[in-house]
Ligand binder design. Structure first.
Ligand code: ZN
Length: 138
C-alpha cells in the first residue's frame, strides 16, 4: 500500500504573502460580537475578530511586529498544528486566518511544552498589523 501524496497541505511560502490563489466564493456565516463591546476587526475585510474583554496580553511579538494574545476569537479558521521553537521554547502552534478574507492573522497555541508557558494553550495570537479597533476606541 502506497501513501497518497499530500497535495492539500497548507504551506506558508517563504516570506509570506504568496497565498492569493484559490479564492472560493463559499458563503460562510459571519459571527458578530455584541455592539456594546470594544472589538477588534480584520483590517482587510472588517470581520469581527475578538473582543477587548478577551485580551490577555499585548506584549507578544509576531513576524510583522506587535501581536496580541486573546482568550477567544471569532471568524477565525485554523491550519494544521506543527511544532515550532519560539522565543519562549518549543510549542505546537497552528496558523490562524480570517475566515472571511483568508488572510493569515497569527497563530494558535495548541500545546506548550514548558510548564511556564502552559497558560498560552488554546489561546490565540493576532498580529496588530491585521487588526483595527472598531469605532476607533482607545
Ligand atoms: Zn478578513
Amino acid at each position: 500500500m502506497w501513501a497518497a501524496s499530500a497535495c492539500c497541505s497548507r504551506q506558508a511560502g517563504e516570506g509570506g504573502g504568496g497565498a492569493t490563489a484559490a479564492r472560493t466564493p463559499v458563503k460562510t456565516f459571519q459571527a458578530y460580537l455584541p455592539p456594546a463591546h470594544r472589538t477588534y476587526s480584520c483590517i482587510h475585510c472588517r470581520a469581527h475578530l475578538a473582543s477587548h474583554d478577551e485580551l490577555i496580553s499585548k506584549s507578544f511579538q509576531g513576524s510583522q511586529g506587535r501581536a496580541y494574545l486573546f482568550n477567544s476569537v471569532v471568524n477565525v479558521g485554523c491550519g494544521p498544528a506543527e511544532e515550532r521553537v519560539l522565543l519562549t521554547g518549543l510549542h505546537a502552534v497552528a496558523d490562524i486566518y480570517c475566515e472571511c478574507c483568508k488572510t493569515m492573522l497569527g497563530w494558535k497555541y495548541e500545546h506548550a511544552f514548558e510548564s511556564s508557558q502552559k497558560y498560552k494553550e488554546g489561546k490565540f495570537i493576532i498580529e496588530l498589523a491585521h487588526m483595527v479597533k472598531e469605532n476607533g476606541w482607545d
